[in-house]
Design a protein around this ligand. Structure first.
Ligand code: SF4
Length: 432
C-alpha cells in the first residue's frame, strides 16, 4: 500500500530485484578487489570486451556507469562543480567531469566503500574522441597501465574484412598479451567460446524484449524502461549465467504483460491508455530521470524504440550475435558495430526502420548538451526522418548528469506542444 501522498510506491518485479542483486554483488566484488587479489580494468560501455576480461578473472569497472549511478543519486552536480573548479571546461562531457570529481572525493561506490585504483585502463576506442582524452586524464592520475584497442570508424556504413582483421590482430598481438601479463592467467580460447555462448543466449532474449514493443499496447517502455533492460548486457554481466537468467525472467514477465494486454510499468505505476508511440534518439537525462519519465507517463506517451538501447552494441538492426565459433572476429564485429561507431546515414536508416517496424506516431530527439558525439547531426536526422516518414519530429535539449541543464518547465512545454502537433497531424490525416 502506498502511504506517501507525494509519490506512489515503485512496483518491483522479480527481474528488477535480480538486476539489483547483480549490481550490488558487482560493486562488492570491485570494492573488495584488493583483499581478494582480483585485478580490475576500467573500460567503456560501447563495444566493451567483457567476455574476454572474464577469461582472465579481471573485474570490469565502467566509469560511465559510475557517473550514471551518481547522477541518479543526485550526487553528480557537486562532482562536476569540483572538476570545473580544478580547470575542466563547461563544455567537457559531463560523464568525464562527474568521474573526475568522483575520484577526487575518494571514488566511493554505492555500497559506501572506495573503488580500487584500476590495474589497467582498457581503452576500447569506438567512435567518441572523448574516450581518448578521458583515459589520458585517468592515466595521469593513476599512473596505471593503459592498453588501447583502436576500432576503425564505420565511415562507409559497413564493416570490411580489412577492418575486422585489423581489430582481431590487435586483440591477438596486443590486448590478450596485456591481459595475460596483468592477470598472470594464460588465455584459454575455449573459455572465451563458453562466455560468448552465454552472451548469445542472453542476446536472443534481450532482442525479444526490445521487439515486444511492436505489440499494441507496448508492454515495455524502450527508453526509460530500456535503460534497465540494457543494464546487464551492456556492462559487466554479458557472458554470465546471471545475464541469461535475468533476460529469461524478464521475458517471461513481459509475455505475461502481453497476455494481459498491459502497458509498461513505470515508477508512477502501471501505464494507462497508450496515446502516443514514439521513437527517441539520444541518452536520457539521469539527474531528473523520474521527473522526465513522468512527463511522458502523464501524457500517455510510450517510447517503443530508442537508439539508446543500441549504444553498447547493436543487436536488433542487422541481427548481430556474439558467435562462439568465431570468437575474436565476433568481438571485433561487436566493437565495430556499436552505435557510437556508426555514421549518420546508418543512424537515420536505423531510426526510419524503427518508425515503420514499431508503428510510431513520431520521432523525438533528446539532444545532450555535453555529448558532441551524439548531438552532432541530430537536427539533420530529425528533418530527414520527417521527410522520409511524414511523421512529426521534435527536439529537446537536456544533459546527462549535470542538473544545471535540465529545465523541467521548458522540457514539459516542448513535450506538450509536440503531443498537440501529433494530435493535429492525426486529425488532418483523418480529414484528408
Ligand atoms: S559518447 Fe558522449 S557521453 Fe559518451 S564519452 Fe563520448 S561525449 Fe561523453
Amino acid at each position: 500500500m502506498n502511504m506517501s501522498a507525494e509519490k506512489p510506491e515503485v512496483i518491483k518485479e522479480a527481474s528488477m530485484l535480480k538486476q539489483k542483486e547483480m549490481i550490488t554483488r558487482n560493486y562488492d566484488d570491485l570494492t573488495s578487489a584488493r583483499e581478494t587479489g582480483r585485478k580490475v580494468s576500467s573500460t567503456y560501455v560501447p563495444g566493451n570486451l567483457n567476455e574476454l576480461l572474464m577469461c582472465f578473472g579481471i573485474l570490469n569497472n565502467l566509469p560511465e556507469i559510475n557517473a550514471i549511478q551518481n547522477g541518479m543519486r543526485k550526487q553528480s552536480g557537486a562532482m562536476i562543480m569540483d572538476a570545473e573548479k580544478s580547470g575542466h571546461s563547461e563544455d567537457v562531457c559531463t560523464y568525464v567531469k562527474a568521474d573526475i570529481g568522483h575520484m577526487a572525493r575518494g571514488s566511493i561506490a554505492p555500497n559506501g566503500k572506495s573503488m580500487p585504483v584500476p590495474d589497467l585502463l582498457l581503452l576500447n576506442y569506438t567512435g567518441c574522441f572523448t574516450f581518448l582524452k578521458w583515459f589520458e586524464l585517468l592515466r595521469d592520475e593513476y599512473g596505471c597501465r593503459t592498453q588501447m584497442l583502436h576500432v576503425p570508424y564505420e565511415g562507409d556504413g559497413k564493416i570490411t574484412t580489412n577492418m575486422r582483421d585489423y581489430v582481431v590482430r590487435q586483440l591477438k598481438e596486443e590486448v590478450i598479451p596485456t591481459l595475460e601479463e596483468v592477470s598472470g592467467v594464460k588465455f584459454d580460447i575455449d573459455r572465451l567460446r563458453e562466455n560468448l555462448r552465454l552472451s548469445a543466449k542472453a542476446e536472443d532474449d534481450f532482442v525479444w524484449v526490445l521487439e515486444s514493443a511492436k505489440n499494441k499496447p507496448s508492454p515495455i517502455d524502450a527508453y526509460f524502461g530500456g535503460v534497465y533492460y540494457v543494464g546487464p548486457i551492456f556492462t559487466a554481466f554479458r557472458g554470465t549465467e546471471d545475464a541469461v537468467e535475468y533476460y529469461k525472467l524478464l521475458r517471461s514477465e513481459i509475455e505475461q504483460r502481453i497476455a494481459d494486454g498491459k502497458g509498461p510499468i513505470t515508477p508512477e505505476g502501471e501505464m494507462g491508455e497508450e496515446k502516443y508511440r514514439l521513437v527517441v534518439e539520444g541518452p536520457p537525462n539521469w539527474t531528473s530521470f523520474r521527473e522526465f519519465w513522468k512527463m511522458f507517463y502523464d501524457e500517455g506517451a510510450v517510447v517503443v524504440s530508442s537508439t539508446y538501447t543500441k549504444v553498447g552494441g547493436v543487436y536488433d538492426f542487422d541481427g548481430f550475435r556474439h558467435d562462439p565459433d568465431h570468437p575474436l572476429e565476433s568481438l571485433a564485429d561487436y566493437c565495430l558495430g556499436c552505435y557510437t561507431n556508426r555514421n549518420l546515414p546508418t543512424r537515420v536508416d536505423m531510426v526510419e526502420k524503427a518508425m515503420h517496424d514499431y508503428q510510431a506516431d513520431g520521432f523525438l530527439v533528446n539532444s545532450i548538451k555535453s555529448c558532441n558525439s551524439f548531438a552532432a547531426g541530430e537536427l539533420m536526422m530529425m528533418r530527414e526522418i520527417e521527410t522520409r516518414t511524414g511523421k512529426p519530429a521534435a527536439f529537446i535539449e537536456t544533459d546527462l548528469v549535470d542538473p544545471r541543464y535540465f529545465s523541467p518547465a521548458n522540457v514539459k512545454n516542448r513535450l506538450e506542444s509536440y503531443f498537440q502537433m501529433i494530435d493535429q497531424k492525426r486529425q488532418s490525416g483523418r480529414a484528408a
